[in-house]
Design a protein around this ligand. Sequence first.
Ligand code: CUA
Length: 315
Amino acid sequence: MTVHGVFLLPAEASREAIHVDQLFYGIVAASALVAALVAGLIGWFCWHYRAGNPVKRKPLPKMLEREIEITWTLGTAFAFLALFWWASTLNLIRLTAPAHAMDVRVIAKQWMWKFEQPSGVREINQLHLPIDTPIQLLMTSQDVIHSFYVPAFREKQDILPDRETRVWFTPDKLGTYELKCAEYCGALHSLMKGQVIVMSKADYARWVDKMKSGSLEQQGAALFRKQGCSSCHGNESNDKGPTLLGIYASTIELKDGRKLLVNDTYIRTAITSPATQQAKGWQDRMPAFDTLSDHQIAALVAYIKTLSRSEEMSR
Ligand code: CUA
């Protein structure tokens, strides 16, 4: 039972979300009740004891005074202890994931999300998950503090460098949901976004198969776009960078006068430390992609090799 229209809450897309929302509405209701009671009493006292109104103004009998004091103190104490018990029970349940939960590794860094599925499939800024399966995220940061936040799952957990934090939830609605970083982590914090894609179990299994069987070139092509290589190295050279079409096996003249053959080693170095072999006529603009794994670099090299045979980049 929810009233999204009134409170403008995002969709509830996990089994846990409904409990968080119920707690939220419970606290809002309790606060509204207390506020109404206090405001009502203030209004009533103002009117009842207005100047000139002939009412009794003597103190209450000592006995009654004490009873009222004890009643409202204990009453509110119990009411708010009940809220505390409600909220902390929800938190305690969330501490330990079910034993059969699916573990996904999450690495946060300025400014992207990296995921590693149990199947070994890796993703950047996208997380594909099967529906109705408890998911446990094992998260760490490569630099500063970030925070994993998926409003539709009512899930938020800080991610710290050199430490592992965990969170678990059970997606129960198909769809694509926003992932945000909820801890200010530097200049591009607001752009540290991603998507969680909840799929049916069959679709998810197919997706995993497809991702695993993708050839090295295909993985490289995907990586070429995901890592943003394609924004500078497009079909044609632009002021940001040269096109890579036909570059493999050609000879390149460097700023320092050396002439190098573009082979696997050259491309690998160009990715991991571009400044060391700056091509003549180009500015040193490219950041070093030294956090890529060997496998990722191999995939990129494989893809760039294919560009020597094709007329256009794949899309
Ligand atoms: Cu990462 Cu904010």
